[in-house]
Design a protein around this ligand. Structure first.
Ligand code: ADP
Ligand code: MG
Length: 317
């Protein structure tokens, strides 16, 4: 996956122009790539929502991942954070550290990046390009949310329903089974931006699932000062995971990372409207409690399962 040198390497500025500036488009009411910094004009009454995420080759994606998917995924994981706030994405910056210049790799990378940027209608407005021994990509995504309407991690109330989008566990399964029909769930996640926006005014707390449903849900619980019960029999699975023994599929969903689905709480009265209007399948997987901690139930009885998800500074790393 480490890019190989091209025959006629471009300089840094030619590289930016060829693969990024040429595809970036014009910024309406602002200034994009080419100056010392970008300029944006916030729409009246909106708050700026900003998030940044780094992807390092061999750590956040296997070294065998194709360049198109790396481009797509590096933007997708950032947009997923904006989705989890209920924001509308507007633009992004790209800090690219490359071991070498490889025109074929850069072409496919920028195609993947702009495929998702164009699908979501957002623009690349700047970045940085450096050489480094390890391929690493840092994207900063920017968006807007009507002032005071962002959905945060804090806000869950005891008795709220707990809901998850899509079918968690697919990406972790794909990581373990390269070339499976679920490969695209790992390589090309779909940030749930439209869903996130529709949940404004409905969801009481929300986050995106990047490190396993159980671990990420525990962040919501801690921020909100609540607990939760998940009914394992309600977890939604894709057909491939459904065919596995239940403890195996539960482990993929609860502990597996990289799903980029949304997990949120909401008062039960909001559920019918949210469910009816959702652009993605949604499933109620449990409810929140006043008693802190995450409890797993199977057909109403408590079950003990590992719930630890991915952590960067594990001693086993
Ligand atoms: P500076 O020396 O001021 O840091 P640079 O030479 O790094 O400026 O960048 C020149 C312009 O190109 C800036 O507008 C910057 O935002 C943009 N840029 C640099 N790298 C990238 C990239 N990978 N993608 C998009 N824009 C980039
Ligand atoms: Mg720079």
């Amino acid at each position: 996956m480490v890019p190989t040198p091209s025959v006629t390497p471009l300089g840094e500025f030619d590289l930016i122009a060829a693969y990024f500036q040429s595809r970036a488009g014009q910024v309406s009411q602002g200034l994009g790539i080419g100056d010392d910094a970008a300029l944006l004009t916030p729409p009246p009454g909106q708050q700026l929502v900003i998030s940044t995420d780094t992807l390092v080759a061999g750590r956040h994606f296997p070294l065998t991942t194709d360049a198109f998917s790396i481009g797509w995924k590096s933007l997708a994981v950032n947009l997923s954070d904006l989705a989890a706030m209920g924001a509308e994405a507007t633009s992004f910056l790209l800090a690219l550290s490359l071991p070498q210049h490889d025109s074929e790799w850069l072409e496919a990378f920028s195609e993947g990046l702009f495929a998702l940027a164009n699908q979501t209608g957002i623009q690349l407005i700047g970045g940085d390009t450096t050489r480094s021994p390890v391929l690493s990509l840092t994207i900063t995504a920017l968006g807007w949310v009507p002032a005071g309407q962002a959905v945060c991690r804090q806000g869950m109330q005891p008795g709220d329903l707990l809901v998850v989008s899509g079918t968690p566990g697919d990406a972790a399964y794909a990581l373990k089974h390269p070339g499976s029909p679920l490969q695209s769930r790992l390589d090309r996640p779909q940030p749930r931006l439209r869903l996130g926006q529709r949940l404004r005014g409905h969801a009481s707390s929300m986050l995106d699932i990047s490190d396993g449903l159980a671990q990420d849900l525990s962040h919501l619980l801690r921020a909100s000062g609540t607990g939760a019960v998940i009914e394992l029999a309600k977890l939604p699975f894709s057909p491939i995971l459904m065919a596995l023994p239940e403890t195996e599929r539960w482990a993929y969903a609860l502990q597996g990372g990289d799903d980029y689905e949304l997990c949120f709480s909401l008062p039960a009265v909001h559920w019918p409207a949210v469910c009816r209007e959702s652009p993605v399948p949604l499933t109620v997987i449990g409810y929140s409690t006043a008693e802190p901690g995450l409890v797993l139930h199977h057909h109403g009885l408590p079950v003990s399962l590992p719930t630890r998800g991915y952590q960067h500074f594990d001693s086993a790393d």
